[in-house]
Design a protein around this ligand. Structure first.
Ligand SMILES: Cc1cc2nc3c(=O)[nH]c(=O)nc-3n(C[C@H](O)[C@H](O)[C@H](O)COP(=O)(O)OP(=O)(O)OC[C@H]3O[C@@H](n4cnc5c(N)ncnc54)[C@H](O)[C@@H]3O)c2cc1C
Length: 405
């Protein structure tokens, strides 16, 4: 049964992040954004601090503990990650995305990697006290974003290696990643069946970082172009091994990733929306006495109620989607529902928050965080599948399962 109460460890994680968010992250947030700075010193400290959140559940547990015996006990990893992601995005979504660790590269390795690959690629994140490390996920190409089956990066077997050629764009943390999960095709005419997923390690000859993008929002996070030119990748880095690719496994690896990551992206959107909501609520509380029978005040109160209602509904969808993932239940529809609603609800929250503050809301000096959240939030309805794509996924699932809720 879906559980609404957070465990003591999850509550502690949330409170710990909020406290660090308030006292350390928020005061630095605008400077990092302005300078497009990835604050490595802060991230190093945060990494140590998060280890010392005594008793708090650790969203990295699956990666840190190494290979484990399979247990029938439901996990709460996805739920814990969603709680942490929402709260850290409340503090600063760029910092959330810039956190060291496997990032978006983690779910495909976890879902499709062999035990040897999981050990090899996750073990580097177990102790980052000497050096911060990132993983990344490289699917999108110029001309192949929403249309995943259109990817053109090629892979060709050559002895014990594969030779990869192509170009990936908009890859989160791609420029600094120790390894990137790269999707390529043995034959584009085979569509989904031709796709393969490789872990390409930094320093592999023929693997280069191209342009680092200058973005509207999330400016304290890097988005990179990656180039593969006759890049020789050992066959041992083909995710899951050769036998896994008898059917559409490469494509399925990409889709399974989304089932895990879309709810987390939705949780981050809820966090940014919540930040904007709280800001507007406090502004209204400080500037108007909503109890007085003035129609304008009632309209403001109604708007705040609508923002919080939609964000709460989005969070419940997130929690359902992560609960299903933690219990091993297929959750593609729920993951897309969570992402579709959270993106829209949080974008509206950020727009409404500015409007509620009136002309003041547009002044970047007085309300600079509001302006930053307004820039940060837009992409939450674009990456990990746009809003339109989520609605297509949902309607396809509804049409193939007519049993209803
Ligand atoms: C900051 C940032 C970080 C990112 N990080 C990563 C990453 O780490 N890894 C990665 O692989 N990618 C990443 N991306 C890429 C992102 O996932 C794509 O931008 C996204 O999937 C949309 O693809 P596109 O930009 O090519 O737009 P397109 O697919 O060209 O879409 C353009 C418009 O057409 C609409 N559209 C497309 N197809 C349909 C359809 N069938 N029906 C109705 N409407 C449709 C879309 O909804 C959209 O509005 C990132 C992007 C950004 C901006």
């Amino acid at each position: 049964m879906l559980e609404f109460e957070l465990s003591a460890g999850q509550q502690q994680l949330r409170e710990g992040i909020r406290s660090i968010g308030k006292s350390v992250i928020r005061p630095m947030s605008l400077g990092w954004d302005k300078n497009k700075e990835i604050p490595e010193d802060f991230l190093r400290n945060f990494y140590s601090m998060s280890k010392s959140l005594q008793g708090a559940e650790n969203p990295m547990a699956d990666y840190n503990e190494g290979p484990k015996e399979k247990s029938n006990k439901p996990r709460s990893t996805n739920r814990t990650a969603a709680v942490g992601a929402e709260e850290l995005a409340w503090a600063d979504a760029s910092i959330m995305l810039s956190l060291p660790g496997p990032g978006l590269g983690g779910p495909p390795v976890r879902a499709s990697g062999t035990p040897e690959q999981k050990e090899r690629f996750f073990s580097i994140f177990r102790d980052m006290s000497d050096q911060l490390r990132w993983g990344a996920y490289g699917l999108t190409e110029p001309g192949a974003g929403s249309d995943v089956k259109a990817i053109r990066t090629t892979c060709r077997k050559d002895g014990d290696d594969y030779i990869l050629n192509g170009r990936k764009c908009y890859i989160t943390n791609g420029g600094r990643a120790a390894w990137v999960v790269i999707f390529a095709t043995v034959d584009a005419s085979q569509g989904r069946a031709g796709q393969r997923a490789f872990v390409v390690e930094q320093g592999t000859p023929g693997f280069f970082v191209g342009k680092i993008e200058d973005k509207l929002g999330l400016r304290a996070n890097e988005t990179a172009e990656l180039v593969l030119e006759d890049c020789r990748v050992p066959a041992a880095n083909l995710l899951g091994g050769e036998e896994k690719y008898q059917s559409k496994e490469g494509f399925m690896t990409a889709m399974k990733t989304f089932d895990n990551t879309r709810p987390l992206v939705a949780a981050m959107a809820c966090g940014i929306g919540k930040a904007a909501y709280e800001y507007a609520r406090d502004f209204v509380k400080d500037n108007y006495m909503l109890g007085r029978p003035i129609p304008r005040y009632a309209a403001l109160a109604e708007r705040l109620a609508r923002i919080s209602r939609r964000l709460e509904a989005a969070r419940i969808l997130v929690w359902k989607a992560v609960w299903m993932a933690d219990h091993g239940k297929p959750n593609a529809k729920e993951a897309s529902m969570a992402k579709a609603l959270a993106g829209q609800a949080a974008i509206s929250a950020c727009i409404d928050a500015i409007e509620i503050c009136g002309a003041h809301g547009t002044l970047s000096e007085d309300h600079a965080l509001l302006e930053k959240w307004f820039r940060d939030i837009k992409v939450y309805d674009i990456f990990e599948g746009t809003g339109q794509i989520q609605r297509i996924v949902i309607s396809k699932r509804l049409m193939t399962n007519l049993r209803g809720f």
